[in-house]
Design a protein around this ligand. Structure first.
Ligand code: ADP
Ligand code: 5GP
Length: 198
């Protein structure tokens, strides 16, 4: 059976990477889609694991060679989803999780109607600001830009299939794992059982 494609978005600092780590540990059949980005590496990030860190020229070449399922500019940098590894994993029956911003997520939805879109929020906007500041790796002017972008992203959340509130990491991990489980129980995913001769 083809794997399930899960797309997670949410304001910068809401806790996506933290929760994704927990979800990956919980769901052995789930693969994280490693995006390409032109943004500089943060302390602790690993090239090829968190992102493929590429130059603008390399990114442009990926666009021209049609290697990206989607891409978007986000606060001065480019981010994109490599298409071939994603399809290889789905074909092999693995579930794939994308952590991407809203424009990209909506492009994926337009191109892959079976994609499941999850939007993550914090209890309040103030929490997001505090978390972003607390992470301590983003300059104050970039934090301001990311918060502005977050306000716009919030206005698009109604287009998503699920809304997860990250007030507690374990609870958010539970909810995403539950969504994945429920998606597997969809009748459309289990049509082969209906073809059995009872
Ligand atoms: P994102 O990937 O969405 O930008 P991160 O996962 O980097 O966000 O989280 C931003 C900061 O918020 C980190 O310092 C992280 O430890 C913290 N954080 C994540 N989830 C929670 C939570 N539920 N409550 C409090 N702090 C959190
Ligand atoms: P960050 O710089 O904090 O890692 O990510 C910034 C934003 O870019 C986040 O909202 C993240 O979800 C998004 N992002 C990461 N990879 C991709 C991608 O491949 N495509 C798109 N459209 N957004 C991405």
């Amino acid at each position: 059976m083809r794997g399930t494609l899960i797309v997670l978005s949410g304001p910068s600092g809401v806790g996506k990477s933290t929760v994704v780590k927990g979800v990956m540990a919980r769901c052995p059949n789930l693969q994280f889609s490693v995006s390409a980005t032109t943004r500089p590496m943060r302390p602790g990030e690993v090239d090829g694991k968190n992102y493929y860190f590429v130059s603008r020229e390399q990114f442009r070449a990926m666009i021209q060679e049609e290697k990206l399922l989607e891409y978007a500019e986000y606060v001065g940098n480019y981010y994109g989803t490599p298409e071939a590894p994603l399809d290889a994993a789905l074909e092999a029956g693995q579930d794939v999780l994308l952590d991407i911003e809203v424009q990209g997520a909506l492009r994926v939805k337009a191109r892959r109607s079976d994609a499941v879109l999850i939007f993550m929020l914090a209890p309040s906007f103030g929490d997001i600001e505090r978390r972003l500041q607390g992470r301590g790796d983003t300059a104050p002017e970039l934090i301001r830009e990311r918060l502005l972008r977050a306000q716009w992203e919030y206005t698009q959340a109604h287009q998503y299939d699920y809304l997860v509130i990250n007030d507690n990491v374990d609870k958010a991990v539970d909810e995403i794992a539950a969504i994945l489980k429920a998606e597997k129980c969809r009748t459309a995913q289990r049509l082969s059982y209906l073809k059995e001769d009872f």
